[in-house]
Structure formats: structure tokens, C-alpha cells
Ligand binder design. Structure first.
Ligand SMILES: [Zn+2]
Length: 260
């Protein structure tokens, strides 16, 4: 089946739906039945969740990062730091003053950490934690802390993700659900895609009867600029298989994670 997803948000939380600002995209939105069809050409959801070598939706430079020598890694960090120095200068700052002296290098290392999920291999993430188990009841890990970076502003969005699935003879070590969320959140993201990627990867790994992922997050690009009221959050969900088909199953999941 083709995995689908749904998104719910209040009208004031449509910020990331940048397509609505582009009239040529507007007709696409209006003709599509699902809100997520606003990105019909997204390589992230058209390509298979797991690539031939275990990378999952790798970015264009992911393999280069993975295979770099220590010298290349250092050169990459220096290049980013140089760009940050330019930013500091253009902000009207003095990159040579005491407090900022090592900021470019520090920021470069931070950015590489925030995007380390591109280098994660699904095989390493899952390890040998897929088990045959005669269990067919819902499994839920809720309130997993997630820190990610909004790809439109390169500022953080963070919150909680709740992951549920109904096994089909195979279960995954519980800590791996959090590792999956970590892998996809340590990339440049939009919340809708992050939610969907976690769901699709789990679907691919376990071939379960159903997968449900709900994420609630605060976006610094919105709360800090007053677009979104501080304290409000954006909610996204992706329901696959039985969670999508069966209202009762979906309701049970939502009530178990405290959303009903
Ligand atoms: Zn943003």
C-alpha cells in the first residue's frame, strides 16, 4: 500500500506550508485530497525509505560526509567556520573580539552535530533489535524528546514525538523507536516530513499491521518572531495501515498518548 499521512494544525500554524504563497502550487493543493499532497514531487516520500546501502533518504552530500578522511572533516569544518565569520561581519559584529573568537568553529561543529542524522545508517540504528514475537497488540513509546532544525530558517524546533505500531510477528527493541526519531530529527527538516519519515521507516523495517506517529513541537522561527504565540505548538501525524483504516484503532492510540 502507499503510505499516506495527515496533518492537523490550527490556521495560525500554517507557517511551514510555504507552498500556499506560490499561486502555481495553489491549484495543486486545491485538487489534492490530502494536505500532504502539497509536495507531490518530494524525493523524501517517493523514494524508498531505505537506500541500497542502509542510508535513509540521504542528502546529496551524505555519502561524502560518511567517507571523509579526518583531514577532509577538518577542512569542512573550517569552510563552514569561514562562512559563519562572514555572517558575523555582516551582522555588524567584530569576529575578532574575545567572546566571538572561537564562535565560527563552535557553530560549525554544532551544525555538523545537528545534522549528524544524515550519516546514520538504518542497519546501525536498528542493529539486531528486530525480534520474532507472537504479539499483535499495540506498542507505544510516547513523549520521546526531539530536537530538530527547521530547514527554512535553520533554527530549532523541538518537542515530543509519540510512536505506535501494531506488530505482525515482528517487534523492534523499544529504545530503537527513539533512535529512529533521533536519526531523522538530526537533519534539516520540516515537522510534517520528520513525522512521515519516522512512520515510513518503521513501516519498512517491521512490515507491521499499522504505524502511528504524532509529533508536537514548538518552532523557534515562529515563537521568537511572534508569528506563533509562545507556548503554542504545532501538531503533525502520520497514520499507516490499520491506524489509517480503522477509526477505533486510531482513537485508541490517540487516547493512550493523551490526545483524546
Ligand atoms: Zn522555520
Amino acid at each position: 500500500m502507499s503510505p499516506q499521512a495527515s496533518k492537523s494544525s490550527t490556521p495560525s500554524q500554517q507557517h511551514h506550508n510555504h507552498a500556499t504563497r506560490n499561486p502555481s502550487h495553489l491549484s495543486l493543493i486545491q485538487s489534492a485530497s490530502s494536505p500532504l499532497n502539497t509536495r507531490p514531487a518530494s524525493p523524501y516520500t517517493l523514494n524508498p525509505p531505505i537506500d541500497y546501502d542502509g542510508l535513509s533518504w540521504p542528502s546529496i552530500g551524505a555519502r561524502q560526509r560518511l567517507e571523509q578522511t579526518p583531514e577532509e572533516a577538518k577542512a569542512r569544518e573550517q569552510k563552514i567556520a569561514g562562512a559563519v565569520r562572514t555572517i558575523l561581519e555582516e551582522l555588524g559584529e567584530d569576529p575578532d573580539r574575545d567572546g566571538l573568537l572561537e564562535t565560527p568553529e563552535r557553530y560549525a561543529r554544532a551544525m555538523l552535530f545537528f545534522t549528524k542524522g544524515y550519516e546514520d545508517n538504518i542497519g546501525d540504528v536498528i542493529k539486531r533489535a528486530v525480534f520474532e514475537e507472537d504479539h499483535d497488540e499495540m506498542v507505544i513509546v510516547r513523549d520521546i524528546d526531539v530536537f530538530s532544525l527547521c530547514e527554512h530558517h535553520l533554527v530549532p524546533f523541538y518537542g515530543k514525538i509519540h510512536i505506535g505500531y501494531i506488530p505482525n510477528k515482528r517487534v523492534l527493541g523499544l529504545s530503537k523507536l527513539a533512535r529512529l526519531a533521533e536519526m531523522f530529527s538530526r537533519r534539516l527538516q520540516v515537522q510534517e516530513r520528520l513525522t512521515k519519515q519516522v512512520a515510513m521507516a518503521l513501516w519498512e523495517i517491521l512490515q507491521p499491521q499499522g504505524v502511528a506517529v504524532v509529533m508536537e513541537a514548538s518552532h523557534m522561527c515562529m515563537v521568537s518572531r511572534g508569528v506563533q504565540k509562545p507556548g503554542s505548538s504545532t501538531l503533525t501525524s502520520c497514520m499507516l495501515g490499520r491506524f489509517r483504516e480503522t477509526h477505533k484503532t486510531r482513537e485508541e492510540f490517540l487516547s493512550l498518548i493523551g490526545k483524546r
